[in-house]
Design a protein around this ligand. Structure first.
Ligand SMILES: Cc1ncc(COP(=O)(O)O)c(C=O)c1O
Length: 380
């Protein structure tokens, strides 16, 4: 059977391929320490575990659920946005639960991009923006993020170009993979740019609560809802990556368009997961403090490892990764990480999988236990 032409535009996801190789090495008996992917290794809170366990016995728990999620889940999302970002969201019309923010990238693209439309995509950035854009037969158009610019786009330079075909701009602040943050003034600049050019601005924001003292939502910017959507996720904030819970927030019209796509693709989220998500969203400050305590200890150790490799990094960066610049003289990040993988049995992500501007950089995940990071340091 001949597969659809659109599949020739994308490749299997990097981690899907590379982790198969890593698993192969482990099956050969190699003691590989995986510092690649940002998949939290710790458990959700006890309240979350209790909530999902209890929910299983509820009447109707195993039936199809509402396409828009339980009203109390939408309410929990909006309270979370109010208490953590001071952003007001209408729980009836301005938020939709997602099975992880990753699927939201597809739904938004299906809802807003026609064949041939262009999407502005950060280089470096999350690879899914590109693959989804290609899958819906739209055209990725990369904008440069450079260390010298604080990993923020040069809006003036962008505006000198013909933007008439651009329909969506993907941003992700705090930025993955670099951990750069954007100030309120910079987010205002992005919103103003989107308004001037009639572009839907989508901020993908799953890292706000990892080692970040000042969480900001794009929807907190005056007038942002006119042109902006935000994706958020419980994956990293609440150690629930495998649960697949996220959300998209924005004005009612935009959310309605996304619901039109999504309600034709799935049939609601498992009741128990929604109940667990509500418990997570209601977590108190102690949860966030404990998360920071563990990750900051690990990050200090990763800094030590990066020092051993003569890499440079920014101590002001936030999020679940350390983005490090390889020493001068190492020209290929992919060659470097393969050498480390095969010589030292340590898997680190090469910056190039996030785009050409990731050349010369590597990304360490903090989802590795402290004793394993110490072992990695020992191997050098
Ligand atoms: C920038 C970015 N967006 C979205 C996602 C997907 O997260 P989720 O688990 O919510 O689908 C990730 C996951 O690594 C990410 O790094």
């Amino acid at each position: 059977m001949k597969i659809a032409d659109r599949l020739s535009t994308v490749e299997e996801y990097y981690f899907s391929k590379k982790l198969r190789e890593v698993r192969g090495l482990m099956a050969e008996g190699r003691p590989v320490i995986n510092m690649g992917i940002g998949s939290p290794d710790m458990a959700p809170s006890q309240e979350v575990l209790n909530a999902v366990t209890e929910a299983i016995a509820h009447d109707g728990a195993h039936q199809y659920q509402s396409y828009q999620g339980l009203p109390e889940l939408r309410e929990a999302f909006t309270q979370f946005y109010k208490s953590r970002f001071n952003v007001t969201i209408n729980s009836q019309t301005e938020v939709l639960p997602l099975m992880g923010s990753k699927e939201g990238i597809m739904h938004i693209s299906m809802a807003f991009l026609n064949k041939g439309d262009e999407a502005l995509i950060p280089n470096p950035g999350y690879p899914t923006y590109t693959s989804v854009t290609k899958l819906v037969e739209a055209v990725p158009r990369y904008y440069d993020l450079k260390e010298t610019n604080g990993w923020f786009p040069n809006i003036e330079a962008l505006e000198e170009q013909d933007l008439s075909k651009v329909k969506i701009m993907w941003t992700s602040y705090p930025h993955m993979p670099t951990g750069a943050t954007a100030t309120v003034a910079q987010l205002e600049e992005l919103v103003a740019f989107a308004k001037r050019n009639q572009i839907l601005l989508v901020n993908d924001n799953p890292y706000s609560f990892v080692l970040n003292e000042n969480p900001i939502s794009i929807l907190g910017i005056d007038g942002a809802k006119d042109v902006a959507l935000e994706l958020n996720s419980l994956s990293k904030t609440f150690n629930m990556a495998g649960w697949r819970v996220g959300m998209v927030l924005g004005n009612a019209e935009h959310i309605d368009a996304i619901l039109k796509v999504k309600s034709n693709m799935d049939s609601g989220m498992f009741y128990g997961i929604q109940k667990g998500a509500i418990a997570a969203l209601n977590s108190d400050d102690a949860w966030f403090q404990e998360l920071s305590r563990v990750y900051s200890k690990r990050r200090e150790l990763i800094y030590e490892l990066a020092d051993k490799l003569n890499c440079e990094y920014d101590r002001n960066a936030v999020g679940m990764f350390v983005w490090a610049k390889l020493p001068n003289g190492i020209s290929s990040a992919e060659k470097f990480i393969d050498e480390v993988l095969y010589d030292k049995n340590i898997f680190i992500t090469p910056g190039t999988i996030f785009g050409s501007n990731g050349e010369g950089y590597i990304r360490f995940s903090l989802c590795v236990k402290a004793d394993k990071i110490k072992e990695a340091i020992e191997r050098f």
